[in-house]
Ligand binder design. Structure first.
Ligand code: UDX
Length: 437
């Protein structure tokens, strides 16, 4: 099959490279000339484990190409994927669909023969209808079908999520489009991946419902963590105790500083707006959004408390800045709330993150960015773990103790355990776990 992928952001690039690896001929199209030139030299603009090799191999074998002008690729494509950004619109939280509709107009002018136009971008219910209308208006003669095919890729594990998904959702009522989509994903038959065919609106909603549910699950366990702290229970055991019930499931029950990233904050907000506009409010998700925002802001208080009530003139050594490990993505990372709050309270910030510091430097000012974890804790009055990068799991704690002015750790990801840290002479606080006797 011939595929044109419009947009070489996270989703477009991973999906394009994976479809090429399935054996299809893929052209990734982007208006950003610098980005395309870099990709042609195998320079990947994002950090995603395995993606550089996948791009290099498939480009070398001629299955993966890059282009600024997508005309040729779109004209000859069996399927054109729209994988452009849908950021939150300033002011009202709705998804900004201007890039999606601009792509639809471009596609309309170019397609030849039966073409399946697929939204990979996360788009609100009804967007497929509007894309269809735009194309039909510009090209009454065109032979096409618009399909919704949402992605469920986690950053840091995106290639595995693409190649071994729990399910693939395809929203269309066109039989011909369905056959094209089945052919595109045929290699997944080997893993017996369920293919779920639905109506287009249903498919569009599935994506939002999945993200909202996961965000709600995290927020639920975060509130349980607060309750655990108050009543003297252990949130990790609560999570295990409920997660072993198959109806609940054990994933996404890890308490922390609140969810961040490129999807959950944006998609929960967009779902709330869509539902409100439709006159069918989603109150659980409204509350999830509000509770998570408040949580991220409140996390700084834990550091203040650990230092006895004030951080004025104190140095905080921050380990981890990205919203989760194995990414350089800083979008809506809890660090973006916690660090400014600490600075406003008078703290001096030193920080280290294995991949996120370039991006962080654009968003956070007055931070001393350090070469490694030990640098970041040198002279610190407290060390705060904000992201659970693997390299923070085996820190040389004796060395850290010597480098700090006092051995105090605030662990917002529950990387360590209280008894273990106390045995090593640390004053330790974490999330939702009482002090062990
Ligand atoms: C998410 C979805 O998982 C994916 O299916 C969707 O397509 C895009 O959004 P991603 O944003 O890459 O993926 O990260 P994810 O691993 O889901 O984590 C999101 C946030 O939730 C992170 O800030 C993470 O730290 C937090 N989280 C996750 C928790 O606090 N606890 C958990 O148990 C799981």
């Amino acid at each position: 099959m011939r595929v044109a992928m419009i947009g070489t952001g996270y989703v477009g690039l991973v999906s394009g490279a994976c479809f090429a690896d399935f054996g299809h001929v893929v052209t990734c199209v982007d208006k950003d000339q610098g980005k395309i030139e870099s990709l042609e030299q195998n320079i990947i603009p994002i950090f995603e484990p395995g993606l550089d090799d996948l791009v290099a191999t498939n480009a070398r074998d001629g299955r993966l190409k890059f282009a600024i002008d997508g005309a040729e690729a779109i004209r000859t494509a069996d399927a054109v994927f729209i994988a452009v950004g849908t950021p939150s619109r300033r002011g009202d939280g709705h998804a900004d669909l201007s890039y999606v509709y601009a792509a639809a107009e471009e596609i309309a002018d170019l397609i030849e023969g039966f073409t399946v136009i697929v939204t990979k971008s996360t788009v609100p219910v009804g967007t497929g209808d509007e894309i269809e209308r735009i194309i039909r208006e510009r090209r009454p003669d065109a032979d096409f079908a618009v399909v919704s095919n949402p992605e469920f890729l986690r950053e840091g594990a995106a290639i595995d999520d693409f190649k071994r998904p729990d399910r693939v959702v395809v929203g269309t009522d066109s039989e011909r489009a369905r056959l094209v989509m089945a052919e595109l994903y045929r290699p997944l038959n080997l893993n017996e991946t369920p293919m779920l065919y639905t109506g287009r609106r249903t498919s569009e909603l599935i994506k939002y419902a999945a993200n909202a549910f996961l965000a709600m699950k995290i927020t639920f366990i975060n509130e349980m963590a607060d309750l655990c702290e108050t009543v003297g229970a252990d949130v990790q055991q609560v999570a295990r105790g409920i997660g072993l019930d198959n109806r609940i499931g054990s994933k996404f029950l890890h308490a922390g500083p609140g969810y961040g990233g490129s999807c959950f904050p944006k998609d929960t907000l967009a779902l709330v707006r869509t539902a409100t506009d439709a006159g069918s409010p989603v109150r659980l998700i409204e509350t999830t959004v509000a509770v998570n925002e408040a949580r991220k802001k409140a996390m700084a208080d834990r550091v203040v408390k650990a230092l006895g009530g004030t951080v004025v003139g104190k140095t905080v050594g921050v380990l981890g800045l990205t919203f989760k490990p194995n990414t350089d993505d800083m979008r809506d990372a809890p660090s973006l709330d916690i660090i400014p709050a600490l600075q406003a309270a008078g703290a001096i910030i030193k920080a280290f993150d294995p991949e996120g510091m370039d991006e962080a430097a654009k968003l956070l000012s007055n931070v001393e960015y350090c070469k490694g974890p030990y640098d970041a804790v040198t002279g610190a009055d407290v060390v705060c773990i904000l992201t659970e990068w693997d390299q923070f799991r085996a820190l040389d704690l004796d060395r850290i103790k010597l480098l700090m002015t006092a051995p105090i750790m605030v662990d917002l990801r529950n990387v360590y355990k209280d008894a273990y840290m106390r045995a090593r002479g640390f004053v330790y606080t974490s999330i939702g776990r009482p002090d062990e006797a």
